[in-house]
Design a protein. Structure first.
Length: 503
């Protein structure tokens, strides 16, 4: 090759190189812009890290992944050794090095909410770690991974299981504290959505600010969730589980994810709705107290039933198990509605139960007989001791609900107790009344009432006073000085407010 020709090729290659560098420059600029827009750029130095780790991080730059892997291996070793506290700082560094390493977020939140929290005995101390686990996922994990279904699922699971269930000895404290916190921003369990979406007063604007900035919840989306699955009690943890799982489904609906990712989120909704049905109503026995008891949320039966049917279609391989659970749910709904005196709704759901699962109901059985049989089957029809215990339990539930102002439910339990006793007496027949018969319901009612009002072993004095007021009994009824004739309520006592309670 001649010298001139060689020079020509060098000039040509130099021009080609310059052209490629210019092209790469434009491409890199575009890639950097996209990384910034998508939140993929992470160049901030570590905080509170040892000097050698901070220096190595800056020096290696793009090799942060290698450092994160080394820390992750060490964190796994600490996990096996049960050194959970030591893992906290390591995991914090890993999330700063690799904020899109989803497994670390989930693992760290679980470690805080479950492993570390139970190291403490005081509920307040346990709650601090459960709360930190929630905040880690909600405030930081989702900030860097807004379309990651696993983080939404884990966040919903902590609300549903750790706070909502009763596996943790401090679960009542978690529920009471969370209800108190949510009451600060929602005012009640049934929020005024228009007021929250378009706040007008300074007080409402402050509550909305707390809702958005502290709890990271959007009132507009909360309203959509409530319209789809509610009315829900927003002070209960299972409602928060429904919110975050539903938000996860919304944020990831356009993602090309595995079927299992969507199913796990739907299961959080499905399972939390079951909890909301069984205990989705809050009843405060005493004013100015954080303590509350539960009641069923009968307004969401349709929504919960539809969630069962949705799961059947989404998980055909588990259709049999879901159908069995759905059948039991419908039966429980009929029973609950009957006890609450909603006989028309109970009839409608009883008809739906027979339509979907005809084998679950005996031919010719009425709705009332079916509801009563739900209890009778559990205790046995011919065991007088167990039946007496069931009747006393139903009557106690009746009196408790009367004390809390739940008159409809109180009368429902009284009615159910009367029907069950009547059914039992018919079953044993006249010939066996002397041997295994039950005393009149009025006598059993009196025994239960006196036990509840006993000053030494009965109800809390405040609740006992509420019960006397609800039944229009004298203020000293049930106390040692109260005149009693023949084990019955004194004839001087005025009749109770709800007649069916003493018939």
């Amino acid at each position: 090759m001649s010298r001139a020709r060689s020079k020509f090729y060098k000039i040509l290659l130099l021009m080609l190189m310059i052209g490629l560098l210019v092209g790469v420059s434009f491409s890199q600029r575009n890639l950097n812009r996209q990384r910034t827009e998508m939140g993929l750029t992470r160049i901030d130095p570590l905080e509170n890290a040892p000097p050698i780790l901070a220096f190595t991080t800056v020096a290696l730059g793009g090799f942060r992944g290698l450092i994160a892997n080394a820390l992750w291996i060490r964190a796994n070793d600490l996990q096996e050794e049960g050194k959970y506290f030591e893992m906290v700082q390591l995991a914090d560094w890993i999330t700063k090095l690799q904020p899109h390493f989803v497994t670390v977020w989930v693992h760290q939140a679980w470690n805080m909410a479950y492993n570390i929290s139970i190291k403490f005995t005081e509920p307040q101390d346990r709650w601090q770690w459960v709360s930190r686990g929630i905040e880690l996922l909600r405030d930081d994990g989702l900030r860097f991974n807004p379309k990651e279904p696993l983080i939404y699922r884990e966040l919903g699971w902590i609300f549903q299981h750790k706070m909502g269930h009763y596996m943790d000895d401090a679960h009542e404290y978690y529920k009471q504290y969370w209800a108190s916190e949510m009451s600060r921003v929602l005012a009640s369990g049934r929020p005024n959505w228009e007021e929250l979406i378009n706040p007008q007063t300074p007080e409402t604007k402050e509550r909305v600010r707390l809702l958005k900035e502290r709890f990271k919840m959007d009132p507009t989306f909360m309203k959509l969730v409530d319209e789809k699955y509610g009315p829900l009690e927003w002070r209960l943890p299972e409602t928060s589980a429904i919110y975050w799982a539903t938000l996860g489904l919304e944020k990831t609906k356009d993602q090309k994810l595995k079927k299992e990712d969507f199913i796990t989120l739907r299961r959080v909704v499905f399972q939390s709705l079951q909890l909301a049905f069984h205990r989705g109503k809050m009843i405060y026995p005493r004013k100015n107290s954080l303590e509350f008891i539960y009641g069923p949320n009968l307004e969401i039966i349709r929504q919960a039933s539809e969630s069962y049917e949705e799961m059947m279609s989404l998980e055909p391989e588990k259709e049999y198990n879901v159908k069995n659970a759905h059948k039991n749910f419908l039966g429980t709904s009929v029973y609950f509605l009957y006890v609450h005196g909603r006989t028309q709704a109970a009839e409608q759901w009883f008809a739906y139960l027979k339509k979907l699962y005809p084998q679950a109901v005996d031919t010719g059985l009425s709705m009332e007989d079916y509801a009563i049989s739900r209890v009778s089957e559990e205790v046995g029809d011919t065991d007088p001791n167990r039946m007496r215990s069931v009747l006393e339990g139903l009557l106690e539930q009746s009196f408790m609900n009367a004390a809390f102002g739940e008159d409809e439910l109180a009368q429902g339990y009284q009615r159910l107790a009367a029907k069950i006793r009547e059914r039992y007496m018919v079953t044993i027949g006249k010939i066996s009344e002397k041997r295994v018969g039950l005393p009149p319901l009025s006598e059993t009612r009196e025994v239960v009432l006196k036990r509840l009002l006993a000053p030494d072993s009965g109800l809390d004095p405040v609740i006992a006073a509420q019960l006397r007021t609800a039944l229009n009994l004298p203020a000293n009824y049930g106390l040692p000085a109260t005149p009693v004739e023949g084990g019955a309520i004194s004839t001087n006592a005025p009749p109770p407010r709800a007649a069916s309670l003493n018939q």
